[in-house]
Design a protein around this ligand. Sequence first.
Ligand code: FES
Length: 98
Amino acid sequence: MPVVTMMPSGKKIEAAEGVSILHAILDSGESIPHKCEGKAECGSCHIFVTEGKKSLSKIQRVENEKLDTLVGIGSKSRLACQALLGGENITIEILSFM
Ligand code: FES
């Protein structure tokens, strides 16, 4: 099972492969902004993936279109609700706080 390390807290959670980063975090009892409940509409779940990005699902059109509307995106940007975990551990930086 892949491990997600969440920065800046440094907390680690285990999640099943194929689960979105958002659901992995919420299912573990941790929190992350998710105003549209995972529909790729709000952008509040914007994260940077600092390690393991290649193991995630590819960015689909709906995610790419939303990322294009956000301020402060970079090459490590993903929407936690759209990025599905692969088999490798990842490290993410949560950019906004509830
Ligand atoms: S929860 Fe709204 S874009 Fe991810």
